[in-house]
Design a binder for this molecule. Structure first.
Ligand SMILES: *Cc1c(COP(=O)(O)O)cnc(C)c1O
Length: 391
């Protein structure tokens, strides 16, 4: 269990991004946290050590990352994992056979798969609801419900969940409230301020931001949860290696700079797309035409670089994603480079087709992750793809 240093909360966001959680390296005074690439630690006598016994249990590089993100989210404990899904796996291990979970229907495809295909087989029960309306959460509750899980904005439909409304509902009933904050990052949205008990990140995406590692994180401000999660982190062992923790720690130092540029590009590309007649539907919470724009302005301080657009024609969507030159056709999101994807056949292929259609995730939907390149180049790239993919 890693507690953040008291002074980590004293500073503003960008300062915390650069400094929080990092302690002076005693040997040389190295400015950067070293990569403690070790599996074990010498004991000076039986049971005499410096608090470090074994690499799965403790690693100084990992702890620096955990403290850093805990400080950004306004939590007191952070736990790093080998992937976002390993972090989710840890959350689900808090439950017991027979327990019920209410989850947003439009979550990351792998989240749905881990819940239904692994934990569904082990006796957990899941109900997936449209969380744009918090009443749907309330209606889905049963006496066995223990946990409410959501993403906002959702992937890829850019739907929002009213974090405060769900927080009110879970708090009075004593339910565990978990928010996947991968899309917004703590720079734009901090779910713990809306009574969430746990925040999950796929560090792979915006937090690391350079598409060069896979990782996950859990943040909480509750000591009781932290104790249990720390136990599971060590007992089940889904921990990341020190090199990946170091990459994430380095990436986060520029999180505010990157998020400002992702947001600027996202807004301008979305505004440009909104004026095109060959875009049948456009999903971006920063546009005043987004049905939840007002909520977005209330609970987020920016909207980021994720945009979904429906071209109305599956064949054209397939041609379109193969026609861009700067936007690379690839899974994932949140890196400095722009990516384009076809959710129905890529990230969300594991979601049952009927469920995909019901939430508007059609075969003609295209997802953009706007990177930090020059906006004009991104727009010209998309313009070329529209021309090449034809009508
Ligand atoms: C990618 C992603 C995950 C899963 O994270 P991994 O690091 O790929 O395991 C979970 N939630 C969201 C919103 C994601 O984008």
């Amino acid at each position: 269990m890693t507690r953040i240093l008291p002074h980590d909360h004293d500073h503003r966001f960008a300062t915390r991004s650069v400094h929080a959680g990092q302690v002076l390296e005693p040997l040389s005074g190295a400015v950067m946290t070293p990569i403690y690439q070790t599996s074990t630690y010498v004991q000076s006598g039986l049971g005499q050590h410096k608090g470090y016994e074994y690499g799965r249990t403790q690693n100084p590089t990992r702890e620096a990352l955990e403290r850093n993100v805990a400080a950004l989210e306004g939590g007191t404990h952070g736990f790093a994992f080998g992937s976002g899904l390993a972090a989710l796996d840890t959350i689900l291990k808090l439950l017991r056979s027979g327990d019920h979970v209410v989850c947003g229907e439009n979550v990351y495809g792998g989240t749905h798969r881990l819940m239904e295909r692994i934990y569904g087989e082990l006796g957990l029960r899941f109900t997936f609801v449209d969380m744009r309306d918090a009443d749907n959460v309330e209606r889905a509750l049963t006496p066995a419900t223990r946990l409410v899980y959501c993403e906002t904005p959702t992937n890829p439909m850019m739907n929002l969940v009213d974090l405060g409304a769900v927080g009110d509902l879970t708090r009075v009933r004593g339910l565990l409230y978990v928010v996947d904050n991968t899309f917004a990052t703590p720079f734009f949205q901090r779910p713990l301020e809306f009574a969430a008990d746990l925040v999950l990140h796929s560090t792979t995406k915006y937090l690391n931001g350079h598409s060069d590692m896979v990782g996950g994180l859990l943040i909480t401000a509750r000591d009781d949860l932290a104790e249990r999660i720390g136990f599971i982190q060590n007992a089940a062992g889904g921990v990341p290696g020190p090199m990946d923790c170091w990459l994430a720690l380095r990436g986060i130092k520029t999180l505010p700079l990157r998020m400002r540029q992702h947001d600027a590009n996202g807004r301008r590309v979305a505004e440009w797309l909104a004026r095109r007649s060959d875009v049948v539907r456009l999903y971006y919470p920063g546009l005043p035409s987004h049905p939840q724009h007002e909520l977005a302005c209330r609970q987020m301080s920016g909207f980021g670089g994720m945009i979904a657009l429906d071209l109305g024609d599956p064949a054209r969507a397939r041609r379109f994603v193969e026609a861009t030159r700067i936007f690379a056709l690839a899974e994932s999101l949140g890196g400095v480079e722009s990516l384009i994807g076809h959710p129905a056949s890529m990230t969300h292929a594991s979601v049952p087709p009927a469920m995909r259609e019901a939430m508007g995730l059609t075969e003609s939907l295209v997802r953009l992750s706007c990177g930090v390149e020059d906006t004009e180049d991104l727009i010209e790239d998309l313009e070329g793809a529209f021309a090449m993919s034809g009508r």
